[in-house]
Design a protein around this ligand. Structure first.
Ligand SMILES: [Zn+2]
Length: 117
């Protein structure tokens, strides 16, 4: 059941019922990669300036895009939903625990991908 909240807010995933959601920019990753690839392909003729320019275009797009809400468990994206204050940026550790059922104790803090908050 989806609880009513502030305008367009999501507190629980309507697909799997998971209450763990995070915010992310509603950015088309394929377009982002295509822009960087185009910039890299033009490097020999532009002395690297194309890569810098397209990275800047990428950044401007990224900053102007609205945020969406994503479910940790089933990856459903709620494009029209406005993130709530407790729905923070993606956390890989939380993702692994929720999605793959890893226990907090199994996490190796010496591994390069671990970042304590
Ligand atoms: Zn879900």
């Amino acid at each position: 059941m989806i609880e009513p909240g502030p305008p367009l807010g999501v507190t629980r995933c309507g697909v799997c019922g998971c209450e763990h959601l995070y915010r992310q920019r509603d950015f088309n990753r394929a377009w982002g990669c295509a822009l960087v690839a185009l910039g890299a392909a033009l490097v020999p003729w532009t002395f690297g300036l194309s890569l810098l320019l397209l990275a800047l275009v990428d950044l401007i797009f990224y900053l102007r895009l609205p945020e969406s809400v994503v479910c940790y468990k089933c990856d459903t994206v709620y494009r029209d939903a406005r993130p709530r204050p407790r729905q923070v940026e993606f956390d890989l550790l939380k993702h692994d625990v929720i999605k793959y059922g890893k226990a907090w104790q199994e996490v190796d803090i010496e591994s390069p991908g671990f970042s304590p908050h």
